[in-house]
Design a protein around this ligand. Structure first.
Ligand code: SAH
Ligand code: SF4
Ligand code: F3S
Length: 480
């Protein structure tokens, strides 16, 4: 998408930190203007995002500040300022960042004024910082997940110094509101409702790199959504590592459960579709199922990470549910929201996992009939409890992974075609990448539909008849 919307108004209730950061933005703008004079053109900035929706939203905040201080956004890493927003959930995410850093050092050698910054989850790990200090000396700025709101201030420090600037916070309880944001899509947006995670699944690094769970005040969330709706946003996605624990720790007068928040969000005029990510199965409440069932605006899609179908492995993972309780939850959801699509995440090769544990997982995949499942090979993360458990050799995990993937694909394919012949409401998102006479839209249950239509419909809801299912997507015809 090319259209960009700068959401940058300093409101009356902006806090002290927000005001301080706006003054750093003014200062940084001066530095960018100096660079512009030197280069004889507007300096460019490129933000490369790895990882999940949280990082995608954080990148919109980075681009907001970069735009505000005068950078032109580009997709090319041959830019005057390149920022890598990193992920560290699995080792291959780390390796991709090091690969990019090697590549971009070649560009910087030819452009000495070029600046390189690293931020995001991987930067919260001491080991990664040490490696960068040792082997990637051309990096100018490193910051973490907790102080991203200080980006403008850090840019000023970067321009004022020749050294590598490193600013990492161990944790924070601060939530800084009202900073500029540039959305990737004018018509849809992610919204953070909480930060961090307290669940400590034993394989997972996220609680260590994103810190303790903190919920945003519901008033701030609603205010942001009202602003977005007024700005043309029709679909929103409420973001949290476990949205079901939203509200813990909020002051008494603002206390709200996720079900209540979802209900409030649906009342905002102009918002036509509401999604959320991610729901932990251990505490998905009956109230939440009820709110979804009764509210047409809530997307017919629940991402419900299973991770494993074996009770023993689930216990070692600290997931706090069993195969039986997971399947009972799936039945309850399907009974009350018949047209819902369920998707999931599964890890294969967790320490101690045997072939028969994977049989249990496959059994759940067959019974739950997921519309899609993201399958991962377990990746050992330093500092997590599972890292010191006995690891499974690849000779065991790889065949199990392949076995699981086959069943996932078979069941998903069968499941996905169940809407063939029906007409569904679709939000048109973009021109089809392969065929420009088609547009691509998304159904409420998150399935993609390609159909002939004009690109002027991007950002609009239209009714589309689902003619043919091709695995994970449909080909359709727009109903006038
Ligand atoms: N908070 C979300 C997940 C965030 S990470 C939740 O609980 O669902 C996204 C997915 O990455 C997880 O669901 C899990 O399947 C996978 N994952 C996390 N840590 C992993 C690891 N060490 N190895 C392999 N996959 C992992
Ligand atoms: Fe990781 Fe578990 Fe938290 Fe999800 S709920 S982010 S898997 S610790
Ligand atoms: Fe990765 Fe951080 Fe998200 S580790 S998955 S970017 S929370």
């Amino acid at each position: 998408m090319s259209e960009k919307v700068l959401h940058s108004v300093i409101t009356e209730n902006a806090g002290e930190e927000t005001k301080k950061q706006f003054s750093y933005m003014e200062k940084a703008e001066g530095y960018v203007k100096d660079l512009e004079k030197e280069l004889g053109r507007k300096p460019t900035a490129c933000v490369v995002t790895f990882g999940c929706q949280m990082n995608a939203r954080d990148s919109e905040k980075l681009i907001g500040i970069l735009t505000k201080i005068g950078y032109e956004q580009t997709e090319s890493e041959d830019a005057d300022f390149v920022i890598y927003n990193t992920c560290t959930v699995r080792d291959n995410a780390d390796q991709r960042v090091f690969g990019r850093l090697g590549y971009v050092s070649g560009i910087k050698k030819k452009k000495p004024w070029m600046k390189i910054a690293l931020c995001g989850c991987m930067m919260q790990e001491q080991g990664a910082i040490e490696k960068i200090q040792k082997s990637y000396r051309h990096v100018d700025l490193i910051f973490g997940t907790h102080n991203i709101f200080k980006f403008a201030e850090l840019i000023c420090t970067m321009f004022e110094s020749d050294r590598m600037i490193i600013d990492i916070w161990k944790d924070t309880d601060q939530i800084v509101e009202d900073l500029p944001i540039v959305r990737k899509y004018p018509f849809k947006s992610g919204i953070n409702i909480m930060f961090g995670c307290n669940n400590f699944c034993t394989y997972c690094i996220v609680p260590y790199v994103r810190g303790r769970e903190r919920s945003r005040n519901p008033k701030d969330i609603i205010r942001e959504i009202e602003y977005l709706a007024a700005d043309g946003v029709k679909e929103i996605m409420l973001l949290g590592q476990n949205v079901n624990s939203y509200g813990r720790g909020l002051p008494k007068e603002d206390k709200m459960s996720f079900a209540e928040l979802l209900n409030e969000v649906c009342k905002v005029d102009g918002i036509e579709r509401v999604r959320f990510m991610t729901s932990h199965p251990k505490d998905l409440s009956d109230d939440l199922i009820k709110v979804i069932a009764e509210n047409e605006k809530v997307a017919r899609h629940i991402h419900l990470p299973l991770q494993s179908g074996s009770d023993e492995i689930l216990n070692k993972m600290n997931r706090r549910y069993t195969k039986e309780s997971y399947l009972a939850l799936v039945d309850k959801i399907k009974a009350q929201i018949p047209d819902v699509s369920l998707t999931t995440d599964i890890i294969v090769g967790f320490p101690g996992e045997t072939d028969s544990d994977v049989d249990e997982t496959i059994d759940v995949v067959r019974k739950a009939e997921f519309d899609n499942a993201f399958t991962f090979i377990y990746s050992k993360r330093t500092g997590t409890p599972a890292a010191s458990m006995e690891q499974v050799p690849e000779s065991v995990s790889k065949p199990n992974f392949d076995r699981l993937l086959k069943v996932v694909q078979e069941t998903a394919k069968k499941r996905a075609s169940r809407f063939t012949g029906q007409t569904h409401r679709v939000l048109v998102e973009e021109v089809n990448e392969q065929d420009p006479s088609l547009v691509t839209g998304r159904m409420s249950n998150n399935t993609l539909v390609h159909f002939p239509a004009d690109k002027s419909l991007i950002g609009e809801f239209v009714d589309v008849k689902l003619d043919e299912c091709h695995g994970f997507y449909y080909m359709g015809t727009m109903i006038k």
